[in-house]
Design a protein around this ligand. Sequence first.
Ligand SMILES: [Zn+2]
Length: 197
Amino acid sequence: MLPTIKALIIQLSRLPGIGERTATRLAYTLLKWKKDDVANLANSLLSLQENIRTCRICNAYSEEEICPICSSKERNHELLCIVETPHIVDLIEGAGNYNGIYHVLGGSISPIEGIRAEDLNMNFLEQRIIREGISEVIIATNLSIKGETTAKYLFSMLKNRNVKITRLARGLPVGSDLEYFDGQTIAFALEKRNEIK
Ligand SMILES: [Zn+2]
């Protein structure tokens, strides 16, 4: 195989769900594309780096310093949903029945992988809750061991604050990552959330 094609296949294989066979098929498809189309694809990839940053308030992906959700006056700014990744924000937003704001941790606590609470976007969470007058925190971390560990940590951190703390409703399979569900399912679990005390 030509080294140039092989190099592309190696890069494409790094994407989730893309094995070597699919990567090979994609590479040969791209070879047949017109130069303009390839340039458009390349520019889209580059603009991810150039245009997307994280929101200064919630840490979700944004094209501005402050994301449209944080800056919206239509949202309920007393209701804060804590999620692990920006992907979950998009899933919930896609379902369309959550009107609060978010806080993106950027991962979950995992002693095995050496990820501690300090490594996540948690340092200013308490301050944020006080400063913004949050009345309810919804812990929407994954239902995996890491997600539950993170949820317990958040609960112990926030339980003495004057804030209601809720967790996603049971019903989603235990041990699962929310990314595998559609927004509707997560939105339903959000709607039926339970208070933890
Ligand atoms: Zn934001």
